[in-house]
Write a protein that binds this ligand. Structure first.
Ligand SMILES: [Zn+2]
Length: 76
């Protein structure tokens, strides 16, 4: 479910800057725990490529798709 309140901007993808995890809000499950994320770690992105690009800067291990909502991009 997309979110329109800060720190979200209604975009589809969410990067957790602390972990590099990338979520697809259109495919979100309760196991993603988006509501539990520290707002300081949220980066709301228009595309997966955008999230991946930002992860390269913020996250030590780069970006990785969430196992629950973006499994096709999950590299373990
Ligand atoms: Zn997820």
């Amino acid at each position: 479910m997309r979110r329109y309140n800060p720190p979200f901007n209604g975009n589809r993808y969410v990067l957790n800057k602390a972990t590099g995890e990338i979520h697809d809000l259109d495919n979100e499950t309760s196991l993603c725990q988006i509501n539990e994320m520290n707002p300081d770690h949220v980066s709301n992105c228009v595309s997966y490529e955008d999230a991946k690009f930002r992860a390269a800067f913020f996250s030590p291990h780069g970006g990785n798709g969430c196992y629950y909502c973006l499994r096709s991009k999950d590299n373990g």
